[in-house]
Every structure is written in C-alpha cells, then in structure tokens.
Design a binder for this molecule. Sequence first.
Ligand code: SF4
Ligand code: SF4
Ligand code: SF4
Length: 156
Amino acid sequence: MEIYNFLPQTNCKKCGKDTCMAFALELLKGNVKIADCTPLVEEEKYSEKLENLKELIGDEEGKQKELRINVDEDECDGCGICVTVCPVNARYCYSTLSGKAPDYPPDEHQLFVVKGGKCELLNLEHCRRVAAEGRERECRVCETYCPREAVKIEYV
Ligand code: SF4
Ligand code: SF4
Ligand code: SF4
C-alpha cells in the first residue's frame, strides 16, 4: 500500500500492468522499475510522489539510495532538541522524555547525543527511516524541529 500510495493511481496501463496496484506488487518484488511508470516519471504533477517513492525504494532504475542524516557542525549550537524529540531516542533513553540528557554510556539504539557542545549522530541503522514500517518511515522530526536548520536528511 505504501508503494501504491506514491503511484498516480490512474490505472492507465502504460506500464503493461492492468492496475497501479499490480504494478506496485511487481515493484515490491523487483520485477519492474519506477521508470516503467512513465506518467510518474514524466508528469510534473507527480513529482512529489516520485521523490517519495525514490526515498522508499530507490531511484528510477531500481538502484537503492543510501540514507544520510547530516549535522552541520557550524550551525549546530548543541541545544539538544534533536536528542529529546527523536522518537527512537525517547523509546530507548527514557530520560529524554522529560527533556534531560540521555543516560550514559549511550544506549546502542540511541541516534543523537550532544558532546562538547555539538550534536553527534550515533546509530543511523536504528532511525525510523531505516528500521520502521508504514508512516513511521517518513519521519523527519529531527530535521523539522532543529531550530538552526542544522539537520538535513538526504538520500545519495
Ligand atoms: S503506468 Fe503508472 S499510472 Fe499507469 S497503470 Fe502503470 S503504475 Fe499505474
Ligand atoms: S537540534 Fe539542531 S542545533 Fe540543536 S543540537 Fe540538534 S542539530 Fe544541534
Ligand atoms: S528521522 Fe526520525 S527516527 Fe530518524 S533520526 Fe530523525 S527524528 Fe530520529
């Protein structure tokens, strides 16, 4: 359903499948590529869906993109907001739920920590964008709430 939600949902059959749902299932199995849905790739009105789909499963030709969460050290002032708002930090480091620093040493699931006045990213493999399912995979909480716009989520 997640893949289907990012398709045009017009059942135009240009991909050779009878429905967008059938195409979504073939994409999931790796039997077709995003590029096979020409309306999605070529029509401007679907550009947001296309970007979301590429984040989810890879580029048009099926090559999986790699998640990066970059923290700009020059911009970061060590406020610790990313530490307290990241849902994964909150799940494993209960002290962050009340706005405190996580217990030390860092939990193996912990994503953000502030050291020496700067934020550090620790265990990206536990980020919701990698480890969660459904809508949680669209998490952008750290990027959204960083007051200095120092956090950038990218796929490269
Ligand atoms: S080409 Fe795209 S929009 Fe048309 S049926 Fe196939 S998946 Fe759906
Ligand atoms: S929220 Fe932004 S400014 Fe604050 S510690 Fe995190 S990255 Fe740095
Ligand atoms: S995207 Fe979500 S889960 Fe991943 S580091 Fe940011 S706030 Fe945490």
